[in-house]
Write a new protein. Structure first.
Length: 83
């Protein structure tokens, strides 16, 4: 169930990223890799992914609070995978 929550959160964030005028290619690529490999991620890889998402969320915090909230949702879902 946690993997489905993580995948669902990633999908929701990807949809929201298409709605903003900011360049999000790097973040979208990261999310796609995470979505495709979330079942194969080690706890260390998930931790690294969460740290990267945290850094990315800082870039969106002021102008795109919805994106920041969704990034936080993805991080929370990923952390539920057993870290």
């Amino acid at each position: 169930m946690p993997r489905k929550a993580a995948t669902r959160a990633i999908d929701e964030l990807k949809v929201e990223l298409t709605r903003i005028p900011k360049e999000t290619g790097k973040l979208e690529e990261l999310l796609e890799q995470a979505r495709e490999g979330v079942e194969d991620y080690t706890p260390e890889a998930i931790k690294d992914l969460i740290e990267t998402l945290q850094r990315e969320s800082d870039d969106f915090e002021v102008e795109h609070p919805r994106v920041t909230a969704l990034i936080n949702q993805v991080m929370h879902a990923l952390s539920g995978l057993g870290i």
